[in-house]
Design a protein around this ligand. Structure first.
Ligand code: GLU
Length: 489
């Protein structure tokens, strides 16, 4: 019988979720959904010193926002729970007892100070730093003495001193590590908490994980994990280590490259569908050319065989471009709905809140083509909402236009607009286009003056649509204001 695929995303709640972690979660999820398997969320919180309050809730929120649903884990439960490591301590202690009893692990009583001195010496003598295995062969009497002194030991794995350990990796092929360079790693700390290595292996086994898909940085720990799987008599899962994420300067992706937490991207107005599409292409590709793919397409086509070994470059500009693509794909209604919170927050204070959703619905389609981030929407649409426009009056004067000529053109346009009964874009165009000819002006000269008068800007959505949305009263008032400005020039 073919085993059902089971993968896990195992974040440590040490702060915000980095986009790199989300990329890992996404690849796990895509692989699992492609194979009709189960995706497990496990919280690895055994390092009490690095735990951050609220981080678990934030992780769940981020995953939900992206639509990465989990089949087992916090809040949904499952038959291999609990899925939070701090609630599983007894299982790790039990595994440790078993390893010590069978002679595969040992108690180490070395103090922190001793280890620090040892490390300093090794560095001074240009030797690789690591534990010197002093407690590995303690005589029974020595051990009893240490216990009598009340020293709480840590438990270390007895790694073989010779031979080699091979990691069979789906992406990297066989990677061979000499056992002599693998430390006797700590499994259980003196506070009774397991290390990442022990908890990770015990849980991946207990939760019947078939594929461990994680970041490349964990590759160096994998031979230790394999030794541990063997010592515990566990079957070894398949491994796939995902290529690194780099910034455009080819250094490890970090804060100096721009936003890195998924929450920051969300707050800037990136859409979840953009993030999914963009992150999926960091290390995986369908055919080296297809860029825009829906989540369903990704699930349908994803395979670990097409994950590359080459580090992936996180290009913020490309991400922004892609977000524009996804914004244009939204229905007008959806765009308005998703932009509303950004408008509420980003428009100037003097704009009355709450905003009228029906008015927002009229305004937003006019800028949907131009927005690349929802965060840009308040700036792009501000003049639709404010009473007073602030702009440089010089902008009213178009090419080859004097103030006098502009005043005249705007006055005539205003008179006609006052008489205009239907104020929809088509009717306005029908009336204003011939007017330019009548006034012996180029269309651009008349429309440019009107554009600046009603918006305070030179680049806007189509003039007639803009005037229609602003409405007759507002359009006329703004032309009056422009005339007053011109009179003072
Ligand atoms: N808790 C580890 C991490 O943060 C999990 C690594 C793994 O997937 O094994 O990233």
């Amino acid at each position: 019988m073919i085993q059902r695929v089971r993968t896990r995303f195992a974040p440590s709640p040490t702060g915000f979720l980095h986009v790199g972690s989300i990329r890992t979660a996404l690849f796990d999820w895509l692989f699992t959904r492609h194979n009709g398997g189960a995706f497990i969320l496990r919280i690895e919180d055994t390092d009490a010193t690095r735990k951050v309050g609220g981080a678990v809730g934030a992780i769940l929120d981020d995953l939900r926002w992206l639509g990465l649903d989990w089949d087992e884990g916090p809040e949904v439960g499952g038959k291999y729970g609990p899925y939070i490591q701090s609630q599983r301590l007894e299982m790790y202690r039990e595994a440790t007892r078993r390893l010590v009893a069978q002679g595969a692990a040992y108690n180490c009583y070395c103090s922190q100070e001793r280890l620090e001195v040892l490390r300093a010496e090794q560095i001074k003598n240009k030797r690789p730093p690591g534990y010197d295995r002093r407690c590995r062969n303690l005589a029974e009497a020595e051990r009893a003495q240490k216990e009598k002194e009340g020293i709480t030991p840590v438990v270390r794995l007895k790694t073989p001193l010779e031979g080699q350990t091979t990691v069979h990796d789906i992406i990297w092929g066989d990677v061979v590590f000499k056992n002599s360079i693998i430390e006797d790693l700590v499994l259980l700390k003196s506070d009774g908490y397991p290390t990442y290595h022990l908890a990770n292996v015990v849980d991946d086994h207990d939760m019947q994980i078939t594929h461990v898909i994680r970041a490349e940085e964990w590759m160096s720990s994998t031979p230790c994990h394999i030794l541990l799987y063997n010592a515990l008599g566990y079957e070894i899962p398949k491994f796939a280590h995902l290529p690194m994420l780099l910034g455009k300067d080819r250094s490890k992706l970090g804060k100096r490259h721009g936003s890195v937490s998924i929450l920051q991207f969300r707050e800037l107005g990136y859409l979840p569908e953009t993030m999914i599409n963009f992150l999926a292409l960091l290390g995986w590709s369908l055919d080296d050319k297809t860029e825009v793919m829906t989540c369903e397409d990704l699930v349908k086509n994803f395979s670990l065989e097409r994950v590359s070994k080459t580090a992936a470059i996180f290009d913020h500009e490309k991400l922004k471009w892609m977000n524009g693509v996804y914004i244009r794909k939204l229905s007008h209604d959806d765009f308005a709905r998703q932009s509303l919170p950004f408008l509420e927050k980003g428009l100037p204070n003097e704009v009355k809140r709450p905003l009228s959703i029906s008015y927002v619905r009229q305004v937003l389609p006019l800028v949907q083509e131009r927005a690349r981030l929802l965060m840009e929407v308040p700036e792009l649409t501000e003049y639709f909402f404010t009473d007073q426009l602030n702009y440089d009056s010089q902008l009213l004067l178009g090419k080859d236009m004097t103030a006098e000529l502009t005043v005249w053109a705007l006055r005539v346009a205003k008179e006609r607009l006052e008489k205009q009964v239907s104020f929809d874009a088509a009717s306005l165009e029908l009336m204003l286009r011939p007017l330019a000819g009548e006034l012996k002006l180029k269309a651009g000269q008349l429309f440019g003056a009107l554009r600046t008068a009603v918006s305070g800007r030179t680049a806007t959505p189509p003039l007639f649509q803009m005037m229609a949305v602003l409405g007759k009263e507002c359009t006329l008032a703004r032309i009056d204001d422009a005339l007053r400005r011109l009179a003072g020039m």
